[in-house]
Every structure is written in structure tokens, then in C-alpha cells.
Ligand binder design. Structure first.
Ligand code: UD1
Length: 431
């Protein structure tokens, strides 16, 4: 089993460059299915979710060439397969974007989606389906597969989302760009990666207006042609390093960011007494004194991002006084709290609310990365804690953080990736 071993209590000093946004890449890669030409996509993050998404396209018959670690060229013109490979698609939640992209181009899609539970309980896709149906598709969910079919082609329509959903907004956009006529998405999500997907599609010839507001209008076009596009920096990766300095101390220049996208995070950190200086494409974060308690409620953008909730809860667990964290997006996103308690945090959870009583210090322990952001929170806790922290199941963290260990080591963290033998009870005893 791969683990991270951290010897905490060392402040971080230096510079960290943020990689491309995972959640933008996960939608832009399948969007290439809609394009009749070569898409050169730059600033691709080298994380396992993105590698899987690229492999799925390869298995569908697309030509995918890595030009450098951060640049790929995708040509989907020879693609024959409209049924996404099961084994791969079940491994990443974002494989649902294949539905919108395949349906948009071929008027037919068949995708096996991941089952089971994670922090959202069973994550629904009813709003995605509502959107496809508004464009004239017939959608079926059977035996773990979702099939969307629009034999007569797709016709633009109006969709009012009952919940603000990032995935549904992007998926409907993908299905609508080549549909006949105009599609209007109301109560759309406004996250930076939604704007990035719209910018990518527009740069290839689509006609999308209003991305970044709650009403998006998509006029269908005849076709998209190839081009070059560079993905925006990852807001959550940047936020994670900001939170790491807030918890462990020190001063970091976080480079390759769009400071505006970080406002929701930096505003809270400033309220806590952390110093923030903004530059054109960088932010400096410095922690000098003690942390002040604050309350946080996660909301769709431009509210405080749910994907930063676990990391900030770690910071608050070291702030004097009582902080209230309210999770406004997912039902079950506090599984990591049990792990944090093992490091000495005082946190009580009741439904979507966590009451965090600040403690003077955390102490190292063996903990588990329950999911991607929970794992990032454990790294932050380990950096701030006294003694040794061992984080298990780090494959969750590697789904979304490029070169996390290297980036942190370069700014003074004592963190290594290590292999631990799997459960020793599984090794048969010699007779
Ligand atoms: C994306 C992000 C995820 C982030 C989330 C919210 C990716 C790959 N993942 O997930 O990291 O936490 O946005 O910022 O980009 N919902 C429905 N019906 C639907 C769709 C969603 O009820 O059809 C609900 C969900 O249960 C949840 C809320 O809407 O309570 C938001 O979900 P959504 O924005 O769709 O999240 P994802 O796009 O799956």
C-alpha cells in the first residue's frame, strides 16, 4: 500500500506553481469528441483522473498524443465507438461527460457509470438526464448503464436546473453545442471550470453566451474545428496550498493562479488573520500569528467551495475558539473527521454541521485518505502536527494533485511517498 509519511511542524517557505484545473480538464477532454479536427490542449494536469479520461478517449478510437507532460493533442475524427469502456468509466465520476459529448456528436451514448457511495451518498444525475431529455433524447438507466438516444437529432430546448449542478450544466452544454436551434440553461452553475469549458468550445467555433452567470445560452452550430486551448489553473489545488501555510506556518508564493478565482478562499483566510498579497498571476500567503476562529458555509461558486471544506476544517481545528462549518452542497462530507480526531482535533458533527473547537496542536497518527479532498486535509494536518503522520490510501490524493510530494518537499516539508506492505495477515504463515 502506498502511503505518505510526514514529519510535521515545519513551516513552508518558497514558491509553488499550480497545475491546470482537474475539473476543467475532465470536461474539456471529452469535449474534443465534438470537434472535427485536432485539439491541442495545454496546461493539462498530470493526475490519475485525467490520465484515465485520456485513456477512455483512446479506447473509443481517438488519437491522443502527449506532446509534453502538460500538452496533449486529441483527434477524434476516426472515432467509431459510441460505447465507453466499462472498466475505465466506472473508475472516475467525471466519465458522465462522455454522455453529453457522445450524444452531442453521434446522437447516441452508452456509458457505465460508477455505482456505490462516496461523500454525496449515491450521486444523482437526474439533472443531466432532464437536460438531455429537454433536447429530445430518450434516456434509460439499466443495469449500471446510462443510454441516451436521439435518433432524429437533438433540438435546442429550455432547461431549468432544480439544483445548481456543475456536472449537469457542463453536460447539457456539451450536448447542446451541435444541436439544432437554441438551448437555454437556467439556474446554471457558475464555477470557473464552466467558463473554461465554454471558452474551449467557443474557441473551436461554438456559440455559447453567459457562462459564469446563471443563464447560459447555447446556439447550435453546424460543426466545430480544431485549435489550441490552455486550461485555467486549479483553484482547489491553489486553495489547498494556501490552507497548508495557514495550518503549518511560513510564507509561500503560489504561482500560476487567477487570484479572482481564489477570492472566496482568501477572504476567509484573511478573516482568520492569515496575510494574503495578490499579484497578477500569483498570491503570497503568510502566517505569522495565531489563527482567529471563523464560520464557513460551503455554497456553489462564488460561495466558499465544498472542495475546500475538509482542508479549511483542519485549519480551523487549530484556531482559538469555536468555529461552525456548514456543508451546503453534499450530504455526507465529514467522513474524514474521525481521522482528524485521532490526531487530537475536537470536532463534533451533526448532519451537515461541524462544530470545531480549536486545539493548540495536532499530533501525528496513522490516518486514511477517505477521498481526494479529505486526503488533502490529512496532508495539511500532517504538515502542522507534531511528530509522524502516516497517510494511507494515497491513490485518492493522486487523483487530483500533481506531484504533491515534490511540490511540498521543495518548500521545506518533510514528506515522502513510501510503500507499506499490504495487510500482513494476508501473508500465509510458513508451516
Ligand atoms: C463537481 C466536482 C466536485 C465538486 C462539485 C461541487 C467534478 C469532476 N467534480 O461534482 O469535486 O464537489 O462539483 O462543486 O467537477 N445533484 C443532483 N442531481 C444531479 C446532479 C447533482 O441532485 O443531477 C446534486 C448533488 O447531489 C449535489 C449538488 O447537486 O448535492 C451539486 O452537485 P454537482 O455540482 O453536480 O457536483 P458534480 O458536478 O458531480
Amino acid at each position: 500500500m502506498e502511503t505518505f509519511v510526514i514529519h510535521g511542524g515545519k513551516p513552508l517557505f518558497g514558491e509553488i506553481a499550480v497545475s491546470g484545473a482537474k475539473n476543467a480538464a475532465l470536461a474539456i477532454i471529452p469535449a474534443a469528441i465534438l470537434v472535427d479536427g485536432v485539439c491541442r490542449i495545454e496546461n493539462i494536469p498530470c493526475v490519475s483522473d485525467v490520465i484515465i479520461q485520456l485513456d477512455i478517449l483512446r479506447q473509443l478510437g481517438a488519437k491522443v498524443r502527449s506532446m509534453s507532460p502538460t500538452v496533449v493533442e486529441i483527434d477524434c475524427r476516426g472515432m467509431k465507438n459510441k460505447k465507453a469502456p466499462d472498466e475505465m468509466t466506472r473508475r472516475i465520476r467525471a466519465s458522465y461527460y462522455l454522455l453529453g459529448a457522445l450524444l452531442g456528436h453521434y446522437h447516441y451514448a452508452e456509458v457505465a457509470l460508477p455505482g456505490g457511495c462516496n461523500f454525496g451518498g449515491v450521486r444523482p444525475i437526474d439533472q443531466h438526464i432532464k437536460g438531455f431529455e429537454a433536447l429530445g433524447a430518450v434516456v434509460r438507466q439499466e443495469k449500471g448503464y446510462v443510454t441516451a438516444n436521439a435518433e432524429a437529432g437533438l433540438l435546442g430546448g429550455n432547461v431549468y436546473l432544480d439544483v445548481v449542478s456543475v456536472g449537469a450544466t457542463m453536460n447539457i452544454m456539451l450536448a447542446a453545442v451541435l444541436a439544432e436551434g437554441q438551448t437555454v440553461i437556467e439556474n446554471a452553475a457558475k464555477e470557473p471550470h464552466i467558463v473554461d469549458l465554454a471558452n474551449f468550445l467557443n474557441s473551436m467555433g461554438a456559440d455559447i453566451m453567459g457562462a459564469g452567470t446563471d443563464v447560459i445560452k447555447i446556439r447550435g452550430v453546424e460543426g466545430l474545428s480544431g485549435g489550441v486551448y490552455s486550461i485555467i489553473p486549479d483553484q482547489i489545488e491553489a486553495g489547498t496550498y494556501l490552507a497548508a501555510v495557514a495550518a503549518a506556518g511560513g510564507s509561500l508564493l503560489i504561482k500560476n493562479v487567477i487570484p479572482k478565482h481564489l477570492d472566496c478562499i482568501t477572504a476567509k483566510l484573511s478573516e482568520m488573520g492569515v496575510e494574503i498579497e495578490e499579484y497578477d498571476e500569483a498570491v503570497r500567503v503568510t502566517r505569522r500569528g495565531p489563527l482567529t476562529r471563523v464560520n464557513i458555509k460551503t455554497l456553489p461558486y462564488p460561495g466558499f467551495p465544498t472542495d475546500m471544506q475538509p482542508q479549511m476544517t483542519v485549519v480551523l481545528s487549530l484556531a482559538a475558539g469555536t468555529s461552525i462549518v456548514t456543508e451546503g452542497v453534499w450530504d455526507n462530507r465529514y467522513r474524514y473527521v474521525d481521522e482528524l480526531r485521532r490526531m487530537g482535533a475536537h470536532i463534533q458533527v451533526d448532519g451537515r454541521v461541524a462544530v470545531v473547537e480549536g486545539v493548540e496542536r495536532l499530533t501525528g497518527a496513522t490516518v486514511r485518505a477517505c477521498d481526494l479532498r479529505a486526503g488533502a486535509a490529512m496532508v495539511i494536518a500532517g504538515l502542522a502536527a507534531e511528530g509522524e503522520t502516516v497517510i494511507e490510501e494515497v491513490h485518492h490524493i493522486e487523483r487530483g494533485y500533481e506531484a504533491l510530494v515534490d511540490k511540498l518537499r521543495r518548500v521545506g516539508a518533510d514528506i515522502v511517498r513510501s510503500s507499506k506492505p499490504d495487510d500482513v495477515r494476508a501473508i500465509p504463515k510458513a508451516k
